[in-house]
Write a protein that binds this ligand. Structure first.
Ligand code: FAD
Length: 295
């Protein structure tokens, strides 16, 4: 499918220059890896008057770990996240999540920041960043902002980014004490498929839990009711059954070409129990290994 809409193409060398270009056009679009943007340009769902290619902004292309916070710059791809030493050592569930995205070709181009800027309900970074209480950092001509991820997603394809701003990166705080996570994604087949539903469970020392869902509501979200039920308790068969009963009220799935809402709801219950058990197993130093298929 060709791109038939005309637009200016600019490639700034600095963030300041990018902000200047952003202010100059009425409907600018930022281009990072292009894995979503190019499709939107081709199908005409967006018609920008300028495409601002930020790939030359080296300051946005860094991963660092300091002060118990992982910083992921806007140009860091999923492949780079999987390879990063701090991610492998301290955030294995981040690598587990990143490995489920698209294919190696997509992961080599697609950025985590582009993923949260596209903000489709099935984005895989959503549950992960919510479970970590991540913070989105932006820069605009009015200055810098830090937006808690819980306030970032405003609806399908809607975020808290203001006009004239660029996302500079994401801060992912390392939780206090020992913790382990598990991401399970339901897809129609192995390969390049978007999530029909996804769950990220995190177990922290002291019987504390974080649970986030994706693809079963207009935006990814933390299931606070389920967390409240589980926190402070030893999980047993009765508690798993009670937690699964809360799933229906927590999610709002739809029926679309990828799945029925009934199937999504059923599988969310299955994935909730499996992800919690896997997170607890990992916290205890056992398996299943990160990346092992649990569906
Ligand atoms: C075949 C295929 C398979 C896929 N599989 C998955 C999958 O399994 N799971 C999944 O979650 N996603 C999947 N995706 C989507 C995923 O590739 C994208 O969401 C990707 O992460 C977006 O990053 P990007 O760098 O390519 O962004 P781009 O396409 O360049 O941009 C995406 C959007 O974000 C905006 N944007 C980008 N960077 C910034 C910034 N720094 N500041 C402000 N706005 C910005 C752009 O203007 C655009 O609106 C798939 C895509 C394809 C084509």
């Amino acid at each position: 499918m060709p791109i038939i809409n005309e637009f200016a193409y600019v490639k700034p060398a600095t963030v300041a220059q990018a902000l200047k270009w952003l202010a100059r056009y009425k409907k600018p679009a930022i281009l990072a890896g292009g894995t979503d943007l190019l499709n939107s340009l081709k199908d005409g769902s967006i018609k920008p008057d300028a495409v601002i290619d930020i790939k030359g902004l080296d300051t946005l292309h860094k991963i660092s770990f300091a002060g118990k916070r992982l910083y992921v710059g806007a140009l860091v791809t999923f492949s780079e996240l999987i390879e990063a030493e701090a991610v492998r050592r301290l955030f294995p569930v981040l690598a587990e999540t990143a490995r489920t995205i698209g294919s190696p070709g997509i992961r080599n181009r697609a950025t985590m920041v582009g993923n949260i800027c596209s903000a489709v309900p099935c984005l895989d970074s959503g549950p992960l960043l919510l479970a970590y209480d991540a913070v989105v950092t932006t820069v605009g001509r009015g200055g810098k902002r830090e937006i808690p991820i819980v306030k970032w997603f405003r609806g399908p394809k809607k975020t808290s980014l203001k006009s004239g701003e660029i996302v500079s990166g994401v801060i992912i705080p390392l939780p206090e004490g020992k913790h382990a996570g598990c991401f399970i994604k339901l897809g129609r087949y192995a390969g390049e498929d978007l999530a029909q539903a996804s769950v990220l469970a995190m177990a922290l020392e002291g019987n504390r839990f974080r649970v986030a869902f994706g693809s079963v509501a207009p935006v990814p979200f933390r299931a606070k009711g389920i967390e409240k039920l589980l926190n402070g308790k030893q999980l047993d068969a009765r508690l798993f059954a009670e937690a699964k009963k809360l799933v229906a009220a927590a999610i709002a799935p739809i029926t679309d070409l990828r799945a029925t809402k009934e199937y999504r709801a059923h599988m969310c219950r299955v994935m909730l129990e499996r992800s919690l058990k896997a997170a607890l197993g990992r916290l205890a130093g056992g398996g299943p290994a990160y990346g092992e298929r649990l569906l």
